[in-house]
Design a protein. Structure first.
Length: 157
């Protein structure tokens, strides 16, 4: 497990915080979508102030997750890309799993954002395997769904 040294008064950190992971994931998505990631775009998409983004970008740079390149903007380091793609895969796995059960997209997104940083890799792999199992065995999925209670309006929230 890689760690970084003490930089600018920060304690060494072996893994980025949940907030840092959210930023790295969003920066990666913006670069994939648009070819670049600007502070204003990150702020708008995460519903935070530009000053907050600037502060986090500086911290992520100090910790070795990204660099600022003139005329290119923010560029993820290999370390930053690894974190971002890991979170992205985790997010995709959870979306795939939840969509099997007919959860609406809004509920899926809210739930995924609430749990994606708290699951171990082993748990995510089990959910991926379970999703594959149900995808390959639609009768089993149907049987499971037939035994479930209906989702009440209160439960959906």
């Amino acid at each position: 497990m890689a760690t970084c040294g003490v930089v600018a008064g920060h304690m060494p950190q072996s893994e980025p915080s949940q907030t840092a992971e959210d930023y790295l994931e969003r920066i990666h998505e913006l670069i994939e979508e648009k070819g670049y990631a600007r502070v204003v775009d990150i702020a708008n998409s995460l519903h935070v102030r530009q000053a907050s983004v600037t502060s986090m970008v500086q911290k992520l740079g100090e910790l070795g997750y990204l660099n600022y390149e003139k005329y290119r903007g923010l560029v993820l380091t290999e370390r930053g890309k690894a974190v971002a793609t890991g979170i992205q895969r985790r997010h995709e796995t959870l979306a795939r799993f939840f969509s099997l059960f007919g959860l609406d997209r809004e509920t899926q997104q809210r739930d995924i954002e609430g749990i994606e940083h708290h699951l171990s890799q082993a748990t995510v792999e089990i959910l991926a395997d379970l999703a594959t199992f149900f995808e390959n065995n639609p009768r089993m999925l149907q049987s499971f769904q037939e035994t479930r209670r209906p989702i009440s309006e209160k439960t959906k929230r």
